[in-house]
Ligand binder design. Structure first.
Ligand code: SF4
Ligand code: SF4
Length: 223
């Protein structure tokens, strides 16, 4: 699998394929991400949208953030990083994780949100997403009809403002994320949402994170 470096998730993007990996957790995550892409594509192509989305590769105001994800998505990202990143690339990610987690240590959620302009995602590099093909649902559905508006929010640090995102995109996000949480609970596996930075830290701390998660162990230490 090549490592595309794009930010947005719109029609004709290449799909994540991991058919050779016979691991239940990864297949479930892959299914959810592919389902998300199909739902987005359907929304974008079957409705007549009043305004087109303005998301383009390289636009990354929304990547100054700590994405909140499910354990399943984290396992999928961690597996990808482990498999495809070179040692020095992994080290760069680990350094960013350490920097970010020490920066937000002891902070409350609203305090973290208010300083998001100082918190680039651990996977953001040169304005691009380094895990584009396996990025989580929250990133696939994050979108706006105005990049200028996103820029304004970022530059004025008005982090209470909402992106100009279609409600349907928010619904797709909520439906898929909730489904992933429920399915994990039904399987007796850890299901609480976590920050990507925490999740990737714990993935690499664990000797066998995917199998342990499937066995119902606590893999992720959630703040
Ligand atoms: S949501 Fe906004 S910042 Fe993010 S890619 Fe789309 S237009 Fe750019
Ligand atoms: S994983 Fe990080 S860099 Fe990639 S799209 Fe999401 S926020 Fe941006």
């Amino acid at each position: 699998m090549s490592r595309p470096k794009n930010r947005c998730t719109w029609p004709n993007e290449s799909k994540t394929t991991m058919k050779d990996v016979n691991i239940k957790a990864l297949e479930m995550a892959e299914e959810a991400l592919n389902h998300t892409d199909h739902a987005i594509q359907k929304f974008l192509t079957t409705g007549s949208l009043p305004e087109p989305l303005d998301c383009k590769p390289g636009c990354h105001y929304c990547c100054f953030n700590l994405p909140v994800v499910t354990p399943l998505e984290t396992l999928f990202m961690g597996y990808h990083v482990d498999l495809f990143f070179m040692d020095h690339e992994k080290q760069k990610i680990f350094d960013r994780i350490e920097r970010i987690l020490s920066r937000i240590k002891g902070m409350r959620t609203y305090e973290i949100v208010m300083m998001r302009h100082e918190l680039p995602c651990i996977f953001l590099e040169d304005g691009m997403c380094t895990i584009y093909s396996v990025r989580p649902v929250v990133c696939r559905t994050c979108s706006s009809t105005s990049a200028e508006h996103c820029k304004m929010i970022f530059e004025t640090r008005n982090h209470r403002a909402r992106l100009r995102c279609y409600q349907r995109m928010r619904e797709i996000f909520q439906t898929v994320q909730t489904d992933l949480v429920h399915r994990s609970q039904e399987m007796g596996c850890q299901s609480d949402l976590l920050y990507v930075a925490e999740g990737i830290r714990d993935y690499f701390k664990h000797r066998r994170p995917i199998e342990a998660w499937l066995e119902g162990d606590v893999v992720f230490n959630i703040r």
